[in-house]
Design a protein around this ligand. Structure first.
Ligand code: PGA
Ligand code: ZN
Length: 393
């Protein structure tokens, strides 16, 4: 049972304060930190400013958690919800909730001398997810760069996690060379993707070339995907692009065209977070050859995933534990999606720490992809952990 809990504020990758929690039991220790988003969905659980959240937790929350059994995750998470008393963790803060919830699982795993992926996934957890990494990006993650938030690659033909991780990094590096050659050298966005001042069409062109080069060099099949984060482009009526606006119907057609033109295997948030019907139209058109994934649409929330299932809105759910606040809720979301034939993708946030928990969650819960960038310390902490996990399987 829990003997001691420490919560503190630490730095995240944007230089902002975030929450980290340590949980000690007689024979276990768990530590986890909360990430944070920039293009957050309206229906996500609510964070409290980190310092204020930590103070509040120390005073009002932690005393009630001492003595709890870390191996009873469901009860621990239910207690967090009860102590919070709101539907969206706006009282204690979803940042405090997710850090404590994940630290609880890690303390339990440690007390049993098990790796987290083994504790949560059991004896049959046997496959690491493929890494899905962004190599060019803009939107809310960089100023004056691409309009589509993330241009992603996934090495679908990779033999193992190591080859997969290195393939994505090689594409990232090759994209830099190609940008330089075109006189479009640039810095990086929040997630480590290149943030050039180019049109989306040129980004597709450059990545297509980079993927071709790396595929040949490494002899591995690599595919492209995108995260449009379309809620950020939507003004309530239309999708605003630099060279004009698109109606929701035109946006669906544009997305379907991109899928076919660039053989996209993954499209996240192609439409705004309220548009279940637009999602359904697109899924109907291209869902047989492409994953249509809801991030802001579903916010890792079973009620919204249920609505998506009824409307056949998507065939994939993005999973971000901090969108919903606890590991139990995260598991419920994954379970609901997978038992209804949808794929799941475990994801980082644009504001991250070196915490590598999501590599374990993605493996334990059999997510098809782990979406966590391609380079950068807070991204490679997850990617390198994936390589280590695969060694243990
Ligand atoms: P966020 O963006 O972490 O800034 O919300 C990531 C995403 O949209 O997937
Ligand atoms: Zn997204």
């Amino acid at each position: 049972s829990i003997e001691q809990i420490t919560v503190r504020t630490i730095l995240d990758s944007r230089g902002n304060a975030t929450v980290e929690a340590d949980i000690y039991t007689a024979c276990g220790f768990g530590r986890a930190a909360a990430p944070s988003g920039a293009s957050t969905g309206t229906y996500e659980a609510k964070v409290r400013p980190a310092r204020d959240a930590v103070e509040n937790a120390q005073e009002h929350l932690i005393p009630s958690l001492i003595g709890e059994d870390t191996r009873d995750q469901i009860t621990f998470d239910a207690l967090l919800r009860e102590l919070d008393g709101t539907a969206d963790f706006s009282s204690i803060g979803a940042n405090v909730a997710v850090a404590l919830s994940l630290a609880c699982a890690k303390a339990a795993a440690s007390s049993l001398d098990l790796e987290l992926f083994r504790y949560l996934g059991g004896a049959f957890a046997g496959r690491t997810p493929l890494p899905l990494g962004n190599v060019i990006g803009g939107g809310a993650h960089a100023t004056d760069a691409t309009e589509i938030q993330e241009f992603l690659v996934v090495p679908t033909g990779a033999a193992d996690a190591q080859e997969a991780v290195f393939a994505n990094a090689a594409v990232h590096r090759t994209v830099k060379d190609l940008l330089k050659k075109r006189g479009k050298g640039c810095g990086k966005g929040d997630e480590g993707a290149w943030a050039p001042r180019i049109a989306d069409a040129e980004a597709f062109e450059i990545i297509t070339e980079a993927v071709g080069t790396v595929s040949d060099d490494m002899n591995v099949e690599i595919n492209m995907g995108i995260d449009v984060a379309a809620s950020e482009l939507f003004d309530g009526e239309q999708y605003r692009y630099r060279d004009g606006a698109k109606s929701p119907e035109e946006q669906v057609a544009y997305m379907a065209d991109l899928v076919d033109r660039y053989d996209l295997v993954y499209v996240e948030d192609p439409l705004a977070e309220e548009d279940f019907d637009g999602f359904a139209d697109l899924t109907d058109m291209v869902g047989d050859r492409c994953l249509i994934c809801g991030d802001d649409l579903f916010v890792t929330n079973v009620d919204r995933i249920m609505r998506g299932l009824e409307k056949h809105a998507a065939n994939c759910v993005l999973i971000k534990p901090n969108q919903i606040g606890t590991l139990s809720d995260t598991f419920e979301a994954i379970h609901l999606a997978q038992s209804n034939g949808m794929e799941t993708v475990m994801s980082h946030r644009s504001g991250e720490t070196t915490d590598n928990t999501i590599a374990h969650l993605a493996t334990a819960f059999e997510c098809i992809f782990l979406k966590t960038g391609a380079v950068g310390g807070e991204r490679i902490s997850k990617l390198n952990e994936l390589i280590r996990i695969e060694e243990l399987i």
